[in-house]
Design a protein around this ligand. Structure first.
Ligand SMILES: [Zn+2]
Length: 276
């Protein structure tokens, strides 16, 4: 299978049909009942996970995960799982506006009519603030910033793991017991690897290796971005390595035309991540 950069996001289903039924499975449904799909490619240890599409406007990450999954399927070594789009409703809202939210279209419009700002799920919860990692602290910080209700970004929900998208991913991790995970976001060309005392020391080493092949920087997050995130939860829950990679440079949403330039860097980084 040759590499394919999707000119049109609508072709996602056609793209997914390039994977065998045995490689595809559903791990949950979004608020608007869109399927959340996982791909399992290869077998054997270590089992690792690459997840993308947490935030609506970061649809470049979805295409990157799909593209890399397709490449990896040509010569798999160990078992790699992909969840290319954790937040399918948010992605559709960011691409096509409130109408994509079905019955929730009026709520979405009232929360934020500008699709280019939409990061949350269809209920206005930011999935990457909804994981159960120091969630109370994250919640307090949100309120201090005036974010105390559904919003297009940074509202962590009424309680940790309140959202079906968050539940789908944490359920998968509890079941499969990944050796390490990587979450793709945009933007900044940065790699985050640390979350408090449970971070294994070896996590920094792999972050440095990924930085060396991609030109991305190893970084520490701003306080508002700490906690509640998928990698934070994974590190805290399993005491194993979890990474956030902020791909691309510019202002979200990064245009799809950025993908051919950025993908080669991320591909090298992901190759190191899966095979280390
Ligand atoms: Zn993000």
């Amino acid at each position: 299978m040759e590499a394919l950069f999707l000119p049109d996001f609508q072709n996602r289903e056609a793209f997914l049909r390039r994977f065998s039924p045995a490689e595809r499975r559903y791990i949950g449904r979004s608020i608007c009942r869109r399927p959340i799909e996982a791909l399992r490619i290869g077998c054997g240890e270590p089992r690792v996970l690459i997840a993308a599409g947490f935030h609506g406007t970061e649809y470049l990450t979805v295409l990157t995960a799909l593209e890399f999954a397709l490449e990896y399927a040509e010569a798999p070594q160990n078992e790699v799982w992909f969840v290319p789009c954790v937040n399918p409703d948010g992605t559709e809202i960011a691409l096509h506006g409130c109408e994509s939210a079905g019955k929730r279209r009026e709520c979405v419009r009232q929360i934020c009519p500008d699709k280019n700002k939409w990061q949350a799920n269809a209920r206005g919860v930011d999935i990457n603030h909804n994981f159960d990692a120091d969630w109370e602290q994250v919640h307090r910080r949100e309120r201090a910033m005036g974010i105390d209700r559904p919003s297009c970004t940074r509202y962590g929900g009424a309680f940790p793991e309140s959202e079906p998208e968050t539940q789908a991913l944490s359920r998968l991790c509890r079941r499969v017991r990944f050796e390490r995970v990587l979450a793709l976001h945009s933007q900044g060309r940065e790699i985050y690897w640390d979350f408090g005392e449970h971070t294994p020391p070896c996590c920094r080493t792999l972050a440095d290796k990924m930085a060396a092949v991609s030109g991305y920087k190893v970084a520490c997050p701003e306080p508002i971005a700490t906690g509640g995130g998928f990698k934070d939860w994974f590190i805290q829950c399993f005491h194993r390595c979890g990474y956030t990679v902020e791909m691309g440079l510019g202002e979200n949403p990064l245009p799809l035309s950025e993908l051919p330039k950025e993908y080669p860097k991320v591909r090298e980084l992901l190759r190191v991540f899966v095979s280390d």
